[in-house]
Design a protein around this ligand. Structure first.
Ligand code: PEP
Ligand code: MG
Length: 578
C-alpha cells in the first residue's frame, strides 16, 4: 500500500478484477444549499459568482494549453466545448440575474439555471445537442466546486484507452448503464444501488467487474486515481502500492484464464451426472446481446427485457421498429426459443419523464398494470411481437401478474392484435406461447389462477424477493436484507415448482438467483429445470450442473424447506455445494 492507499467496500454485482484509472461521471441532481442573501450583499454574491466563473475559465484555458501534442484530438475539442458552454451568457450571465431577482445564493442561482437549460436539452430533436447535456452538468459542477471553496481539480489529459478506465458514479439509472454499453470501460462502481436493482442487473449484462452501494466512492475518489476493482469481493483499492498491484494483476490473469477454459463448455449440454437435463437460457436487453448469449452457449433467450427499447429516447419506438428488434433477436437465435417480456415500465424504468411520480412506484402502475391502462400502446407491442413470431421461435411473457383478470385482459388484447393482423393478411405464429412472470407473492400463492390460462411461467426472483421481504431493491440501505435463502422464499419457490409441475406447465426462473452458482444446486433440488441469466454466468452455472448429482442434492434441498434457522440453512447449503 502507498501512504495514500485505502479501500472501500460495497456489494460486488459482477465478478472479476479490473485495474485502471478513475473517470468520475457527474450526477444530474447536484445537491446545493439554498439560502436568502440580504439585499445589501447581493452585489457581493454576484461578484462571487463572476469570480468562480473566471477561475474555471482560467483552469480550462490552462488545461487547453497543456494538452500534449500526443493526446487524442478529441481531448482539446472537449476542453474547447466546455469553454464555449461556460462562456455562453446562459451560464455565465443569466445566474447573476437570478441572484438579483430572487436574492439567493450563487450556487442556487446556477443550479436553477442549469435545470432550465437541461429541460430545454431534453426536448431537442438533434441527438448530438441532446448529448451535450452531460457537458453542461460537468461545467456547472466545476463552477460549483470553486464556489464551495474547493481548489479546482484539473484532471490530467486521459492517456489511457477507455478499456482501462473505471467509471465512478454516485448513482446510475438503468438507462445510463445501457448507454455505457457503447463504451468500453473496464469496470464501473457506484455509491448507490442494491444487488438486484436494475442498475446492477444491467451492469451484469456488461460483464465487467462492478460494485454498487459503496456510499462515498464518488466523494473519496479523484479523477484519474489508480483503482483496483475486485468485483467478486466487492472491494475497491484506491492508489494501491506496487506489491498489491502485482498481486491483483496476477489474480486478474488467472481469472481470465479460468473464463477462457469455461468457454470450452459452450457446446456441452447441461446435464447432471445422473442424467437430468437442464435448459440454460440468457437474459438480454437488446437484440445486440444475442451474440454474447450464443458465445456463452445459451440454448435460448429466457428473458428479453423489451422495455429497454423504450429508454434513452424522446419518442416511443413504433410498431415497425419494435418488430425489427424482435425479429432480429429471433432470427439471430436460429430457431431457438426467444422469450420476450412485454414492457415492464414504471417503477425505476420510465419511458416518459413526465410520468406521474408516486411515493411507491414499485407498488404502483408498473408492468402489466401500466399496459392495461394504455391498451393502444400495448397493442402496438403485441402486433410487433406477433409479426416477428413469423421469423423465429418467439414466446410472449407478461410481467408482474397478480390477478386472474390481468391475464384475461392481456389475452383478450392479444386476440385483438391477432385479428387485426388477420384482417391485413399479415402472417404470424398462430400457436405463439404466452407465459406469465411470477414475481408477486400473491401470484406465487395462488398459482392455479395462472396455470389454467398460460402456457408457461417464469419466476422473477428479484421482484418476488423484493415484495415478499418488503425490501426496495433500489434502496442500498436495505440491500443487506436481500436473502434468497429466507424460508419464505424457499417455500414459495418449492410451491411454484410443485404446483406448476402438477399442472404440466413448464416453469423457468429468470431473476438474478438463476445466475448465482451458490444457488444452482439448491434450485435444481427444489425442482427447477430451466434457468435464465446474464450470459456471463452461463459457463459457471453449466459447470456446476455438470458436476451435480440430483439424487444427492434433492433430499438436502427438501430438508432445507423444513428449517428456519439461518445458520443451519447456510450449513446445509454448503453441504449441497460440496
Ligand atoms: C425479476 O424480477 O426477477 C426479473 C427477472 O425481472 P426484472 O429484474 O426485470 O424486474
Ligand atoms: Mg421483475
Amino acid at each position: 500500500m502507498t501512504a495514500n492507499s485505502f479501500t472501500i467496500h460495497g456489494i460486488g454485482v459482477c465478478g472479476g478484477i479490473a485495474i485502471g484509472h478513475a473517470h468520475l461521471v457527474s450526477h444530474a441532481t447536484l445537491e446545493v444549499d439554498h439560502y436568502v442573501v440580504p439585499p445589501y450583499q447581493v452585489p457581493e454574491e454576484s461578484s462571487r459568482f463572476d469570480a468562480a466563473v473566471q477561475s474555471v475559465r482560467e483552469e480550462l484555458e490552462l488545461l487547453h494549453e497543456s494538452v500534449p501534442a500526443t493526446a487524442p484530438t478529441e481531448f482539446a475539442a472537449f476542453i474547447n466545448l466546455h469553454l464555449m458552454i461556460l462562456n455562453d451568457s446562459m451560464l455565465s450571465v443569466e445566474p447573476r440575474t437570478i441572484i438579483e431577482k430572487e436574492q439567493c445564493n450563487a450556487e442556487w442561482a446556477l443550479k436553477v439555471q442549469m435545470d432550465a437549460l437541461l429541460a430545454q436539452f431534453d426536448t431537442m430533436e438533434n441527438p448530438y445537442l441532446r448529448e451535450r447535456r452531460a457537458d453542461v452538468i460537468q461545467v456547472v459542477e466545476r463552477v460549483l466546486k470553486v464556489l464551495s471553496g474547493q481548489p479546482g481539480h484539473v484532471p490530467p489529459p486521459p492517456t489511457d484507452p477507455e478499456h482501462e478506465r473505471i467509471l465512478v458514479a454516485h448513482d446510475l439509472s438503468p438507462a445510463d448503464v445501457v448507454q455505457f454499453k457503447q463504451h468500453q470501460f473496464a469496470s464501473f462502481i457506484t455509491d448507490l444501488g442494491g444487488t438486484t436493482s436494475h442498475t446492477a442487473v444491467v451492469a451484469r449484462s456488461l460483464n465487467i467487474p462492478s460494485i454498487v452501494a459503496l456510499h462515498y466512492a464518488r466523494h473519496l475518489i479523484r479523477e484519474n486515481d489508480l483503482l483496483i476493482i475486485d468485483g467478486t469481493q466487492g472491494v475497491v483499492i484506491v492508489d494501491p502500492g506496487k506489491q498489491i498491484l502485482a498481486e491483483y494483476q496476477l489474480r486478474q490473469h488467472q481469472f481470465d484464464i479460468e473464463r477462457q477454459k469455461l468457454k470450452r463448455l459452450k457446446h456441452t449440454l447441461a446435464t447432471t451426472i445422473d442424467g437430468c437435463k437442464v435448459a440454460l437460457h440468457a437474459n438480454i436487453e437488446s437484440p445486440d446481446d444475442v451474440m454474447e448469449a450464443k458465445e456463452n452457449g445459451a440454448t435460448g433467450i429466457g428473458l428479453f427485457r423489451s422495455e429497454f427499447l423504450f429508454l434513452n429516447r424522446n419518442s416511443l419506438p413504433d410498431e415497425d421498429e419494435q418488430f425489427e428488434a424482435y425479429r432480429k433477436a429471433a432470427q439471430d437465435m436460429d430457431g431457438m426459443p426467444v422469450t420476450i417480456r412485454t414492457y415492464d415500465l414504471g417503477a425505476d424504468k420510465q419511458a416518459d419523464e413526465t410520468q406521474r411520480i408516486t411515493a411507491n412506484p414499485a407498488l404502483g402502475l408498473r408492468a402489466i398494470r401500466l399496459c392495461l391502462t394504455e391498451p393502444q400502446r400495448f397493442l402496438i407491442q403485441l402486433r410487433a411481437l406477433l409479426r416477428a413470431s413469423h421469423y423465429g421461435n418467439i414466446n410472449i411473457l407478461i410481467p408482474m401478474l397478480t390477478n386472474a383478470n390481468e391475464t384475461v385482459q392481456a389475452l383478450q388484447l392479444l386476440k385483438r392484435a391477432k385479428l387485426s393482423l388477420d384482417e391485413a393478411g399479415v402472417p404470424y405464429n398462430r400457436n405463439i406461447q404466452v407465459g406469465g412472470m411470477i414475481e408477486v407473492p400473491a401470484a406465487a400463492l395462488a398459482l392455479g389462477m395462472f396455470t389454467d390460462k398460460l402456457d408457461f411461467l417464469s419466476v422473477g426472483t428479484n421482484d418476488l424477493i423484493q415484495y415478499t421481504l418488503a425490501i426496495d431493491r433500489t434502496d442500498d440501505t436495505v440491500a443487506h436484507l436481500y436473502d434468497p435463502l429466507h424460508p419464505a422464499i424457499l417455500t414459495l419457490l418449492a410451491g411454484i415448482f410443485k404446483v406448476a409441475g402438477r399442472a404440466g406447465v413448464p416453469v423457468a426462473l429468470c431473476g438474478e438467483m438463476a445466475g448465482d452458482i451458490h444457488m444452482t444446486r439448491l434450485l435444481l433440488g427444489l425442482g427447477l429445470r430451466q434457468y435464465s441469466m446474464h450470459s456471463a454466468h452461463l459457463p459457471d452455472v453449466k459447470q456446476c450442473i455438470l458436476k451435480s448429482n440430483l439424487e444427492t442434492i434433492r433430499p438436502l434441498a427438501q430438508k432445507m424447506l423444513r428449517i428456519t434457522d439461518p445458520i443451519k440453512l447456510l450449513l446445509l447449503l454448503e453441504r449441497i455445494n460440496t
